[in-house]
Design a protein around this ligand. Structure first.
Ligand code: HEM
Length: 232
């Protein structure tokens, strides 16, 4: 089972992600945005989108840092105070992301106009993201100290997959919650080319986070005036 989920399926999902993304980029470049619905509803979007993006981008930044320099993370964690700082910051940004994601889900479920524009892919993406964040927080809360065993066993597994010599022993004994977290991340990558997640791999949408407000208005034709009788 471990061999299938962590030794074989990663290649299928990564190939799907890379090939699908290249295909989508070359065939339909203009569908990269995350189809703004800001003009339909703005208040909850603001309360959801900002905490979600700031939270998840920071969490992912630390995941990526650990991926490239696991030794430095272990070195940093050697002093307990520094370990607590790292773990508590990860937890805080994880909760920020969860809060934002729940607000975005609430908005999709309750606003009739946004709901009308929501596709099956959007729902699937939200479910996958919710599982990812909840199991991530589960790792951080129940299986201490995540940043240490991330660097010592999850990262070597990822490198073994990338270097085409998958070694599932690194992850075989991790708790089920963590296995779901890892496999769900692969599903997330596989979903990128098919969903609004495509905006995730291009830089432009990140400017939403610091650019000033933009109000998108419906474009309406000017009222017809030729039949209006004018009285003097
Ligand atoms: C789509 C990709 C991913 C997302 C969105 C994501 C999200 C999260 C979130 C929100 C947290 C909780 C916040 C925190 O404590 O840092 C977390 C924690 C964690 N994630 Fe992920 N994750 C992803 C991929 C992965 C992968 C591929 C692995 C391992 C191979 C992984 C391993 C961990 C571990 C070990 C923790 C606990 C960290 C700690 O306690 O300090 N994550 N993740």
């Amino acid at each position: 089972m471990n061999q299938i989920f962590f030794g074989s399926l990663p290649y299928i999902l990564i190939t799907l992600a890379v090939a699908g993304t290249i295909y989508r980029f070359t065939m339909s470049k203009y569908t990269w945005s995350s189809q703004s619905s800001q003009f339909l509803e703005n208040k909850t979007l603001f309360f959801g989108s900002f905490p979600w993006h700031y939270g998840i981008i920071t969490v992912l930044f630390f995941h990526i840092l650990g991926f490239f320099i696991p030794g430095a993370i272990l070195g940093w964690n050697a002093a307990p105070t520094r370990l607590y700082i790292l773990e508590l910051s990860g937890l805080a940004f994880g909760f920020l992301a969860l809060f934002g994601l729940l607000a975005l889900i609430y908005r999709r479920l309750t606003n009739a106009r946004v709901k009308a524009l929501t596709t099956g892919w959007d729902v699937l993406v939200l479910i996958v993201l919710l599982i990812q964040v909840v199991t991530g927080l589960g790792n951080a809360i129940f299986y201490r100290w995540g940043s240490n065993w991330y660097a010592a066993s999850a990262v070597p597994w990822m490198w073994s997959v990338i270097t085409l010599s998958p070694n599932v022993d690194f992850v075989a004994n991790l708790p089920l919650n963590t296995k779901i977290h890892i496999f769900n991340a692969l599903l997330f990558f596989g979903l990128i080319p098919f969903s609004r997640l495509a905006h995730f791999v291009v830089w432009n949408p990140y400017t939403y986070l610091w650019r000033p407000y933009q109000v998108v208005r419906w474009y309406r034709r000017a009222p017809r005036t030729e039949n209006i009788v004018q009285y003097k």
